[in-house]
Design a protein around this ligand. Structure first.
Ligand SMILES: C[S@@+](CC[C@H](N)C(=O)[O-])C[C@H]1O[C@@H](n2cnc3c(N)ncnc32)[C@H](O)[C@@H]1O
Length: 234
């Protein structure tokens, strides 16, 4: 399985390797690749597990850049929504040494993988991983200092409902941080290709956050890559 992931991943990075595939590559291989990448939205089955391995690796540079914009404040309670394989949650717990983190995802494969990744932190009562949909969060209100969403808001079906749910869970003064590797300006190969994917600009996210009641929003753009971090404060 690992070899297949590495092979697909390597080919993906090569210049337009798959783009001329309609004529020269077997159709079934192309649909397998699409099926594999559609697991970014809700990892499921064997391809979902493979995607989790890829995401944990692929998102590392993006996440370390994003973390450089995170607050230094005393953070005691963190919620990571759409936690995927749990690697970002682990990084957050290293950064905020006194914090307790709740990780949620609506994919069973993601939840199971995060529980494996975070087993020591769970054992030490620093973390819990729950199967929850951001559209219907059943978590304590006004409870979190920090809520994070790495590479997941693209897939949330209704920003107004989901952002209101996030706002409800934040403490006053708490921060909601969205990190995306696509800025909605630079061409992205998956736009219009992956199921349920909407790529937003930082300004669109900012406007929506303010409209649901966040008191202020700031954003950062990577100097060379189309990466954005958008921070809403309650
Ligand atoms: C592209 S992956 C990113 C995973 C991880 N945050 C990372 O950066 O590696 C998107 C994750 O968001 C989850 N997700 C998408 N929509 C969701 C929703 N409505 N509620 C909860 N999780 C969701 C998916 O199941 C998937 O695990």
């Amino acid at each position: 399985m690992l070899l297949t992931i590495l092979w697909i991943d390597k080919r993906d990075k090569q210049d337009n390797y798959f783009k001329g595939a309609d004529a020269s590559w077997p159709h079934k291989f192309m649909s397998l690749r699409l099926k594999y990448f559609n697991n970014t939205r809700k990892p499921k089955g064997i391809l979902g597990k493979a995607m989790i391995v890829r995401m944990n690796r692929h998102h590392t540079p993006l996440v370390s850049w994003a973390l450089s914009h995170f607050p230094n404040d005393d953070i005691n309670t963190i919620l990571d929504i759409g936690c995927g394989g749990g690697k970002n949650a682990l990084e957050l717990l290293k950064l905020y040494k006194n914090a307790h983190l709740t990780a949620v995802d609506y994919s069973k494969v993601s939840v199971n993988n995060s529980r494996k990744m975070l087993r020591c932190e769970i054992k030490n009562n620093r973390c819990e991983v729950l199967e929850q949909d951001v559209m219907n969060l059943t978590l304590e209100k006004d409870n979190f200092d920090l809520i994070t969403a790495f590479e997941t808001v693209y897939f949330w079906p209704d920003l107004e409902i989901s952002f209101k749910n996030v706002l409800d869970c934040l403490k006053r003064g708490g921060k909601f941080i969205i990190t995306h590797e696509a800025d909605g300006i630079t061409h992205n190969q998956w736009d219009g290709v992956l199921d349920g994917l909407t790529i937003y600009t930082a300004d669109e996210l900012k406007e929506k956050l303010l409209s649901v009641g966040f008191s202020s929003v700031e954003s950062f753009h990577h100097e060379n890559n189309p990466w954005i971090v958008v921070i809403g404060t309650k």
